[in-house]
Design a protein around this ligand. Sequence first.
Ligand SMILES: Nc1nc2c(ncn2[C@@H]2O[C@H](COP(=O)(O)OP(=O)(O)OP(=O)(O)O)[C@@H](O)[C@H]2O)c(=O)[nH]1
Length: 773
Amino acid sequence: MSKAMLAKQVESNDSILTKSSYYSPTIQKALDNVVLAVQDKLNILDVAIALLENKELLLVSNMDGCDKTVAFTKQLCAKTIELNDTLRIEDIRTDEGYVNSDAPNDASKMCGFIGIPIRKENTAVGALHLFSENIADLTKEELEFLNTKAETISIALTAANFSHQFMIEHNLLSKGPISSLIVDSKPGWPTVFVSANCYSLLGLDAKTNELPFRIDDFIHPDHKVVFKRSLTFHRSTQIQDLETEYDVVLPSGEYKSIRQVSYGEYSEAGKLIYVRLYLIDQTSQKELEVRLRKVKERSSLIIETLDLATWDFDPIANFTQVNHRWYEMIGLNFEDQEPAKNVWERRLHPLDKKRVTEELDDLTAGNRDTLNQIYRIRHETGHWIWVEGFGKTVEYNSEGKPSRIIGTQRDVTEQHKAIIIRQKQDALVALMSKAQEVFLEESDLRAACSSIFESLLDLAESEFGFIGERIISEKGKVALKIQAISDISWDTQSKELYSRYVNDGLVFENLDNLFGRVITTENEVISNDVAKDAHSSGTPKGHPDMDCFLGLPIKFDGVVYGMIGLANRVVGYDRELIDFLKPLLANLGLLMRVRGIEAARVSAERELKSLATTDDLTQLPNRRVFTTHVESAYQLLKRHGESFCVAIIDIDYFKSINDSFGHDAGDEVLKRFAKILLDGKRANDLIARFGGEEFALIAAKTSIEEAIIACERIRTDIEESDFSQQVLSRKITVSIGVTQSLTGEESIDEIIKRADLALYKAKEGGRNRVESM
Ligand SMILES: Nc1nc2c(ncn2[C@@H]2O[C@H](COP(=O)(O)OP(=O)(O)OP(=O)(O)O)[C@@H](O)[C@H]2O)c(=O)[nH]1
């Protein structure tokens, strides 16, 4: 190819560089220009540029007969690349390598070669080379020129490569979610590059909205400052990368939230040249965040509205995190508190502690997933609040053990108090009904009291206690008869006292003490510090500690019938409990009163009965009883032929006793006489006062001989008895007439009459004797 042809080709933009899908037309033109410039300057036509591409050489050459692509190894320029240094051959015909090398023209002619490596980062990637007969004539300056051109090619290639990479990057970015812009650092920050996807990001049409394009025209007025500041920051600080956020307003009026990452490009002198902006649309992410925030706000609003305290427990670290409300609920400030778990454990109600901690331990051990409990916790001001706690395991460690348990706590004091009060009132009513029922069924106050006693202790949350009935002791003093009592016996003496209660015989006679005051003052007694109470006389050695005491009088119609004593309520005793137990006290009062009335009725009835069957003076059965017995014996005689004997016993000259010593002395003689008869009678015999100074004896299943012996013993007993206490120096004797029933045919009167006749016979016979008929 001639020099003119080459020039023409270059002009026509038809590059001499072949096979390039790689280089841009600009680069190709630049390479052509280098070839032309060397041809011009050195007046040599066979100038070429060889570039490596995929282990092949790509040639920019006008040399005839030279393939545009040739095998790498055969090329002299390839040798230059291998050498990575200038290769100078004076005559390729004489050079060893010539034989197998490429020769541009006629091989018979002398031909020199010079190759200058084209480098990329010190590695040869090509060569600028020429063939000429007069290589030896090249001046130093011409060689320098060749080196400069090779260097120019290197720079152009690097630029091309950079540009190529840049384009790939931009193409990738254009298709991705990140839009990019480049703004110049000149005043006004003019945009010099916009990626295609930037248009769609801003809702623009790439065809109608070409540069100049100003991103700040789209930025929300409130955020423009933020955007500008990020650019000026690059300029003033030389910080290379920055991140900021702003909203853009699209022509449609739609808003988008943008996250911007910016990179400053600086000159070697540190001057900002331009800024690359990478814009990421985070609208949906922001919307999600806003939605999440709203949900969170809403749930925290719900939590606040529900008055919920929350806790978050890490069982492995044994650490609990709680919210403000948790502390507030128990009257504490959130700040400066010791760990919540300690506070909680210390404030749990003693009666709930075991149940609640056991359930929590179960949850912590992984034996259950949730817990839901209602319990009491002490408020800072000292009162108890009821809380409903709910907990759930939400995370487990690799061993399957709970590693996070979260829960809520709600103050349910008002609701729960109402429930508890109702439950307790129901229990109290049940207690009263039971006491009445037992009392009615068994007519036994003690049974009634002991049947409700344990439930009463439970209801009053007390450890031990008693129910006592006010009585007048045998000594005539006011005392307490124990109707129910806890068994707190600890030694022989206290065990003996308890067994006395079991046998219905325990009476407290000493009322000069704390519980005694209930009876003596007829009022309730509260002592929440028994040890310091002036009225406490202390407890005997071995008695369980008594921390607090409540004594309640059992009254009905203003009359005290007894008392209830209670001890050791964990939270102490208060008026609330007293008011609560009042109906029970009235109920027990009524039972005790009814019992008093019943006792009076029973005793009156017994007395009446006794009056009807007993002789008032001698307390012996009277004549009616005697007659009834004789009738029974008579029936036995008739049915079974069992005979019986009847004797009439009459004091001798009794009238003269009355006359001599007075009627009262006569009465005393009668009483003593009756006692002697009673003491001496046989077990199955009956002795009755028949009337006046006359007594009668009936001996069942007895022969007349046996009866006579019995009567004779009576006679001698009397004769030998000393009546000097009643009637000074006066002997008392007795006459007895005895008879035996003969057949079932005769009447009772006939039998008694016969006994009377026998008595008459004894009187007649001189008295102090026994006669039979
Ligand atoms: N002190 C007293 N005297 C009574 C009582 N009941 C009857 N008498 C008296 O007992 C006396 C009975 O006397 P009599 O029946 O005449 O006979 P007596 O004096 O015992 O003589 P003999 O029976 O014949 O030995 C009467 O004087 C009665 O008043 C009584 O409850 N108390």
